[in-house]
Write a protein that binds this ligand. Structure first.
Ligand code: NCD
Ligand code: ZN
Length: 341
């Protein structure tokens, strides 16, 4: 198969940032229909009014169909969340454990303090998206996702069985197993976690553009993620977690976490699905399972990917005074989005 036409994909986890960076990166996601836009700005998007204003800036920057999220804090007002959801301003709420990742300092330290808002969301049908890592200093960075399942997610699920949950950017077989054991829970998977493992990041030199959170795991976890994504199973769908940082912040003695994949995410994904002999299941992962999880229709229109010459993507994109380096898997990728151009 050297051509694939699928319903237009959506990106169920995307960082668009704000200001000049937003203007630079928003057009890079143009092949996606909708995108869940992450709220970890500085300062974060915490109220319905914040989300409404940010949505307007995103649309003005060129991304037409953003699905907005609120950043859950220990001070979040349950009524504001429910109202913003009922008004169609927000699609979901995002839980960041405080300190887990980029701009998460305002996140949740004590889950007990957000019980009232979680109960209100459960009653009103507001989805919760989770960054699934514990932050305890004594937990090894490679074990933080697995620890989150036991310490936070299992009790949360038991306390709020009706709360719609999406475990974001799963990176371990532990998380894949947990999701399969909990029907109705969704899980996003990024392109970089399908394409790479920690050897790609660390063996033969440290590659900052492979550094993201949750951190890349060993190859056995990568293999489980690839099987889950290409299986067609309804609980797994694409969330690129494309997370642009200025090139100088990535190529630094303390490198920022995040991989920028928006411009070439779909060609990279097609490469993975072809390698797994599963091109016929890419549509489920990229275009069908996400909307079904959220109770939305799939997009009406289609895109076509075509196999040909090696994809010639730029090392970085520049503009608006910004420079962002693309994630480069380090080998040729032969897929192109050919239609619509
Ligand atoms: C994200 C970012 O830069 O905002 N970074 C990342 O490594 N994925 C935050 C996140 O989703 O964890
Ligand atoms: Zn993210």
């Amino acid at each position: 198969m050297d051509s694939l036409t699928i319903r237009r994909p959506d990106d169920w986890h995307l960082h668009l940032r704000d200001g000049e960076m937003l203007r630079l990166v928003a057009p890079a996601s143009r092949h996606f229909g909708r995108a869940i836009v992450m709220p970890n700005l500085v300062p974060p998007v915490v109220t319905g009014d914040d989300a409404r204003a940010y949505r307007d800036r995103v649309i003005a920057a060129g991304f037409a169909k953003p699905l907005m999220t609120l950043y859950l804090t220990e001070g979040t007002d349950p009524d504001d969340v429910v109202r913003a959801h009922a008004d169609g301003v927000i699609h979901a709420v995002k839980l960041y454990p405080a300190g887990a990742t980029t701009n998460s300092a305002s996140g949740v330290r004590d889950m007990g303090r957000v019980r009232p808002v979680l109960a209100a969301m459960e009653a009103a049908g507001v989805p919760l998206c989770l960054h699934g890592e514990v932050t305890a200093a004594e937990v090894d960075i490679f074990d933080r996702e697995a620890a989150f399942l036991d310490r936070v997610l299992t009790p949360l699920r038991a306390a709020h069985p009706g709360l719609k949950l999406t475990l974001e950017h799963v990176t371990t077989s532990d998380a894949v197993d947990w999701v399969r054991a909990h029907p109705g829970v969704g899980a996003t998977i990024t392109v970089q976690h399908l394409m790479a493992n920690r050897n790609d990041m660390l063996a033969g030199g440290m590659r900052p553009h492979f550094y993201c959170l949750p951190i890349l795991k060993r190859d056995t976890h990568q293999a489980v993620l690839r099987r889950a994504a290409t299986s067609g199973e309804a609980q797994f769908f694409l969330g690129t977690d494309s997370a642009p940082h200025p090139t100088h912040a990535k190529e630094a003695s303390c490198c920022a976490a995040g991989c920028f994949t928006a411009p070439h995410a779909l060609p990279l994904l097609a490469h993975v699905f072809e390698a797994e002999g599963a091109l016929d299941r890419m549509e489920a992962f990229a275009s069908l399972n996400g909307p079904a999880h959220y109770g939305l229709p799939a997009n009406d229109d289609t895109i076509t990917l075509t196999k040909g010459e090696p994809l010639d993507f730029p090392e970085r994109i520049e503009g608006h005074g910004q420079s962002v380096t693309l994630f480069d898997p380090g080998h040729p990728v032969h897929w192109h989005v050919t239609e619509p151009a």
